[in-house]
Ligand binder design. Structure first.
Ligand code: GTP
Ligand code: MG
Length: 324
């Protein structure tokens, strides 16, 4: 299928075309990459915008269960929902969504939903680009909400936050009064913290955990992109589908406020700048990764070691060679 036909089909919301486009985006073949770039250029003109929601949480906190319940609630309201994943851990086979697609059984059968497992492993930079491009294709396909899931194991939250309009952190009820080792940096990027599993025996613990987090959030530095009562902590039960409407209401209220106050567009602009810079950096690194460049590096390294040339001059000459 040529790029023109593919892009037209995507614009009509065709999910198979969307799948094919993402496969193209994920391919590392040079001709596929060219086609993917062309496709994204074309789709840009559609100027459709979804709410991009980043969602993170440690393994077992209930991300899949939440996405299933929350996604079904949204499609039930006539919204179209896409789910993508950034999974940085190579130990997990097939990514976080594929592994437990059974937990998203209803949503994966829903004609108004599109679920894409995280791509096969590569470095986080590659995964980031593919997910970011997949998000834009989902937007062009007319999805209203794009959920981007990641397991909370470090760097990937930052990557997801840099491609999201909202960042949601899922937390499980804790036994003690500790804040479960959630890093300050992650707290600082969260817009809403959802204490999941607020049901049955876990309800009292969830209530305590929720007030702990609400307290911790109040201590953080005020951010200009937040109205008075944000970021906030709330309780939900993904399993019993409780609190989900309230969570969505808060998400839309925050998004609307940010739109009205210019923060929504400002954030997307800052993200575009950030990804441009990342692409430049990665492009430069890729130039060092060719066989010729590696051979030259090796050659210069020998001469530096032998004392024939200083490290500074060797580096300058090597970099000049790359440019010329
Ligand atoms: N009681 C209760 N259990 C829940 C809730 N949400 C999820 N669980 C349970 O927690 C376990 C893990 O849920 P998942 O949805 O697979 O969690 P996850 O975050 O996707 O886990 P990974 O994919 O391994 O990162 C399952 O046994 C769920 O049934 C909830 O709201 N209440
Ligand atoms: Mg899961």
């Amino acid at each position: 299928m040529d790029i023109e036909t593919l892009s037209e089909k995507i614009l009509t919301g065709d999910r198979r075309a969307l799948s094919r486009a993402i496969t193209l985006i994920e391919s590392s073949r040079a001709d596929h990459r060219d086609q993917a770039v062309q496709l994204i250029e074309r789709l840009k003109d559609a100027q459709r915008q979804a709410i991009r929601v980043g969602l993170s949480g440690t393994p077992g906190v209930g991300k899949s269960t939440f996405i299933e319940s929350f996604g079904k609630m949204l499609t039930g309201q006539g919204l179209r929902v896409a789910v993508l994943a950034v999974d940085p851990s190579s130990a997990r086979s097939g990514g976080s969504i594929l592994g437990d697609k059974t937990r998203m059984e209803e949503l994966s059968r829903d004609p108004n939903a599109f679920i894409r497992p995280s791509p096969a492993q590569s470095h986080l930079g590659g995964v980031a680009r593919r997910t970011r491009e997949a998000v834009t294709v989902c937007e062009a396909a007319g999805f209203d909400v794009v959920l981007i899931e990641t397991v909370g194991v470090g760097q990937s939250e930052t990557v997801v936050a840099e491609m999201s309009d909202l960042f949601i952190l899922l937390i499980a009820p804790a036994g003690g009064d500790e804040l479960q080792g959630v890093k300050r940096g992650i707290m600082e990027i969260a817009d809403i913290i959802l204490i999941n599993k607020a049901d049955g025996d876990l309800k009292p613990a969830a209530t305590r955990t929720c007030s702990d987090y609400a307290g911790a959030l109040r201590l953080l530095r005020k951010r200009p992109q937040d109205p008075a009562d944000f970021p906030k902590a709330m309780m939900v039960s993904a399993l019993e589908r409780d609190g989900l409407q309230k969570a969505w209401d808060e998400m839309t209220a925050l998004t609307n406020w940010r739109r009205e106050n210019g923060h929504f567009d400002a954030r997307r602009e800052a993200q575009a700048r950030y990804w441009f810079q990342q692409e430049v950096r990665q492009g430069l690194m890729a130039q060092l990764d060719t066989p010729e460049a590696r051979a030259r590096m090796q050659d210069f390294a020998e001469r530096v070691a032998a004392g024939d040339i200083t490290p500074t001059v060797a580096a300058q000459e090597l970099l000049q060679g790359l440019r010329g």
